[in-house]
Design a binder for this molecule. Structure first.
Ligand code: ADP
Ligand code: ASP
Ligand code: MG
Length: 422
């Protein structure tokens, strides 16, 4: 008997029809002789709606209370899913994060998993019950509910797969795999059959929402192979029924999902594709300290101040000094723009902040051994008359900072350069 962990995101459980559809995926997996632990997110836009509700009452609520509020979205989903499964007639129990044994740091809103006590989950599986776990939450040492940050249910699923030594971890979502760009924005984006942890981690960190980056980091650490697939094409669609042969239809309905998704793992067959994906991240702000003295220790002064406040810095650019002065520019997340300005304003005369920027990246392990990737990317941007403000590279990625107004055009142009026009 295999143990399968399945995770269903917000759109997969958005309403009663979708919950019923997912309940069928879960129970079919169970009826095929597997033990199943399913992690669910809050329904549809519930988390955003709860955030809006909080804002109506308090523009600056405590993080502790936000966690109590937001965890309720997943609580609702888990109980509703369990009810739908009861209705199908399979044994099931829903567990909140703490009941499933998740102990976390006390970093409300962005808590880290410390340990998972597997006793309760093991007991429920021994009773042959399907377990539905409420995603992205746990309990900290003060006995408070914590949440893991946006998109954190992916991490709940990977953590359970790791600690319970699951045979499979399937992340069901509203697209049928990881693509070379957001398939909702780029029509000819190509589905990747496989991708390495490292590439996926870069894509996720640089803006591909399909997997949460922390979940990928954890999957790599504990060697949990992930499968990204859709919950929306379960079995045969009406179009499938018109187009496919009896045999093909039987194959489709016999597999868990109907279609192959993307596998995320340590190594993949080297494909011809140098670049595996193009991403956009609007959550960036550019800070420029203009006209500072060109003497040793200035960069140290700036960045040690930010480090002391735990503020992450991304791209850094220091201009060549002339006439005894230089400029230092760097990017931080948008939420950190105001705190950074406040931190530096007293020490430096001119601190400029621009939140209207976007980071466009290309990612691929193959580019390390193939020169010319950067030139191709820059040419694509030039052909659209898009100005590059900053550049950052690593072995497997190239990122550029551009005006946010150009972002979608830039993704389309760069994607077309590597994967052909739409
Ligand atoms: P869930 O609610 O299931 O967690 P998310 O909305 O978090 O789903 O992630 C799925 C979305 O990620 C897709 O609807 C798609 O628009 C977006 N996305 C962005 N980049 C990519 C990519 N490279 N491949 C696939 N999906 C992507
Ligand atoms: N419901 C949370 C969010 O919307 C967590 C998740 O969906 O993974 O971010
Ligand atoms: Mg998600």
């Amino acid at each position: 008997m295999a143990l399968i962990v399945q995770k269903f995101g917000g759109s997969s459980v958005a309403d009663a029809v979708r919950v019923r559809n997912v309940a069928k995926i879960i129970t079919d997996t169970y009826k095929a002789g597997n033990a199943v632990i399913a992690v669910v997110s809050a329904q549809g836009d519930t988390t955003d709606d709860l955030i809006d509700k909080a804002a109506e009452l308090n523009p600056n609520p405590s993080k502790r209370e936000m966690d109590v509020l937001l965890s309720a979205g997943e609580q609702m989903s888990a109980s509703l899913m369990a009810m739908a499964i009861e209705q199908i007639g399979c044994p099931v129990v829903s567990l909140l994060g703490w009941q499933a044994g998740f102990q976390t740091s006390s970093g409300y809103g962005l808590a880290r998993i410390r340990t998972i006590d597997t006793e309760r989950m093991t007991r429920e599986l021994d009773q042959k019950r399907i377990i539905i776990v409420a995603g992205f939450q746990g309990l900290c040492k003060y006995g408070d509910i914590t949440t893991f940050g946006r998109g954190g249910s992916d991490t709940t699923a990977v953590a359970i797969a790791a600690v319970m030594h699951a045979d499979k971890c399937q992340i069901f979502t509203d697209v049928d795999g990881v693509y070379t760009a957001d398939p909702r924005k780029i029509k000819n984006a190509q589905k990747l059959s496989e991708i390495t942890y490292d590439e996926m981690l870069e894509l996720a960190t640089l803006g591909a929402q399909v997997l949460n980056n922390r979940s990928v980091e954890m999957a790599k650490k504990y060697n949990v192979e992930l499968e990204v697939l859709t919950s929306f094409q379960y079995g045969a669609s009406p179009i499938d029924k018109m187009l496919l042969s009896e045999e093909q239809l039987a194959a489709l309905t016999n597999t868990t999902t109907g279609r192959a998704g993307t596998i995320v793992k340590e190594t993949v067959k080297m494909e011809k594709m140098l670049v595996r994906g193009v991403t956009k991240d609007n959550d960036a702000a550019r800070i420029s300290i203009v006209g500072v003295k060109d003497v040793p220790g200035v960069a140290f002064r700036v960045f040690s101040k930010l480090a002391a406040k735990n503020i992450n810095v991304d791209i850094i650019l220091q201009s060549v000094g002339h006439a005894g002065v230089q400029d230092i520019s760097f990017t931080v997340s948008e939420a950190n723009a105001a705190p950074v300005r406040a931190l530096l304003e007293n020490d430096f005369e001119t601190v400029l902040v621009d939140t209207g920027v976007s980071k466009i990246s290309v990612v691929g392990a193959g580019m390390e051994t193939h020169p010319g990737t950067a030139a191709k990317m820059f040419e694509a941007l030039y052909s659209e008359d898009i100005n590059i403000q900053m550049i950052a590279t690593s072995e497997i990625k190239i990122s550029v900072l551009i005006d946010q107004a150009d972002a979608d055009k830039a993704v389309a142009a760069v994607h077309a350069a590597f994967f052909g026009k739409e």
